[in-house]
Design a protein around this ligand. Structure first.
Ligand code: ADP
Length: 236
């Protein structure tokens, strides 16, 4: 589904990613984890061509991201940012509809899907459809951010520290929610976090990144029980 082939990224003379080579499988929940500044977000942004590789290739469905029409690529690859990324001047329903509208979905279809999805994440459609983002809690806003990405069923969803601004309780609820949604929709998810506990809790496989190097890729059990490097051993 997603492949990094000898990918190097420099910002000026600062190398932030050293020759990354790995494959993310179709339907996998793949978590990039590591300290702040290690290159996780840069890797994530290369998947939807918000950043381009200095050397090497990133492939989505066997095709180089640089060969895609950007609009097509971004339709196939949803993006969920940190809490607070809703459009403040749009209602909940209008926020969820943004990408579906760009894809020319009919309003009835958007409304029907919005209601189904709101129910699924425990928010009553009647109560929430017409709310403004400022009247939502952090956890509620982030549920809406996830639904906005999910409604058109993209092949891949990228999530960049989506729960970092939430209180611990909301965080745990949202972790469980994304795992459930992933089980149901089988979307490939690439999730960035600096929180090791979160990573091993939600991932099918974890990719540990440190200073632009991939230290280890493995299941939560692998990385916690069979550390490949001293850095990984110290983390756990
Ligand atoms: P992480 O997501 O692991 O915190 P990032 O991928 O955001 O790490 O950043 C990796 C490194 O690249 C950091 O040193 C950061 O300052 C640098 N960096 C990120 N984006 C840019 C940019 N647009 N220009 C210059 N340096 C950048």
């Amino acid at each position: 589904m997603i492949e990094f082939r000898n990918v190097v990224k420099d910002f000026g003379d600062h190398r932030v990613l050293n020759s990354a080579n790995f494959t993310i499988r179709d339907g996998e929940f793949f978590v990039l984890v590591g300290p702040s500044g290690s290159g996780k977000t840069t890797m994530l942004k290369m998947i939807n061509a918000l950043e381009t590789a200095t050397q090497g290739d990133v492939l989505v469905n066997g095709k180089r991201v640089t060969d895609y029409n950007l609009r097509d690529l971004r339709f196939d690859v949803g993006y969920v940012l940190q809490a607070g990324s809703l459009f403040p001047n749009l209602t909940v329903a209008e926020n969820i509809a943004v990408i579906a509208k760009m894809k020319k979905w009919r309003p009835e279809r958007i409304k029907q899907q919005t209601e189904i999805l709101l129910d699924k994440v425990g928010l009553s459609p009647q109560e929430f459809m017409n709310r403004m983002p400022q009247d939502l809690s952090g956890g509620q806003a982030q549920r809406i951010g996830i639904l906005r990405a999910l409604i058109t069923r993209p092949d891949i969803i990228l999530m960049d520290e989506p729960f970092s601004a939430l209180d611990p309780m909301s965080r745990v609820q949202l972790q469980e929610l994304v795992v459930d949604l992933h089980k149901e929709f089988k979307t490939t998810v690439v999730f960035v976090t600096h929180d090791m506990t979160e990573a091993v809790k939600i991932a099918d496989r974890v990719c540990i990144v440190h200073d632009g190097n991939i230290e280890q890729i493995g299941t939560p059990h692998d990385v916690t029980h069979h550390a490949a490097t001293d850095f990984v051993a110290k983390l756990f």
